[in-house]
Design a protein around this ligand. Structure first.
Ligand SMILES: Cc1cc2nc3c(=O)[nH]c(=O)nc-3n(C[C@H](O)[C@H](O)[C@H](O)COP(=O)(O)O)c2cc1C
Length: 144
């Protein structure tokens, strides 16, 4: 089963920490969508999209990447890190247009110093932590 995770991690590298741990423990390729906005995903059986949550959406780079590069009828999973709340819906709308089979979603807290949170030293400090990394690895290892 060939698996890739396409990610964007631009705030504190929170999502990058998760996907690099997953890549080390599970047999998955990584694509940084910020560096590489185009890719041929047709050979992959499972495709993951991962990023922080920005204004209640996955990062715009991921939404654009999915719109432009995701072939139809693929198995897809989603991974996000967030200061407050996960938000899958806007990405799911794009996935549904591509007749995607959504096989799982995973989210955990990620250190957030956006706007006023900076004044208080940020929220979700220390996340993703060791338990978050373990949970992310078991999520991917458990996907069908
Ligand atoms: C511009 C900006 C907007 C954000 N918007 C949200 C949001 O709407 N909801 C939320 O829970 N977290 C929000 N966050 C926090 C990030 O989702 C969180 O820090 C995430 O772990 C960043 O991931 P990254 O370091 O991989 O980029 C925002 C952060 C930034 C910088």
């Amino acid at each position: 089963m060939k698996t890739v995770i396409v990610y964007a991690s631009v705030h504190h590298g929170n999502t990058k920490k998760l996907v690099e741990k997953i890549a080390k423990e599970c047999n998955v390729d990584l694509i940084d969508a910020v560096q590489q906005p185009k890719a041929d995903l047709s050979d992959y059986d499972r495709i993951g999209f991962a990023s922080g949550i920005y204004f209640s959406k996955f990062h715009q780079t991921i939404l654009k990447f999915a719109s432009e590069n995701l072939p139809e009828n693929k198995k897809v999973f989603m991974i996000c890190t967030y200061g407050g709340n996960a938000a899958y819906k806007p990405l799911e709308v794009i996935l549904k247009e591509k007749k995607t089979d959504i096989i799982g979603k995973f989210g955990c807290k990620g250190y957030d110093t956006f706007g006023p949170f900076k004044l208080v030293g940020g929220i979700a400090k220390g996340h993703p932590d060791g338990n978050d990394l373990k949970a992310a690895v078991s999520f991917v290892a458990g996907l069908q």
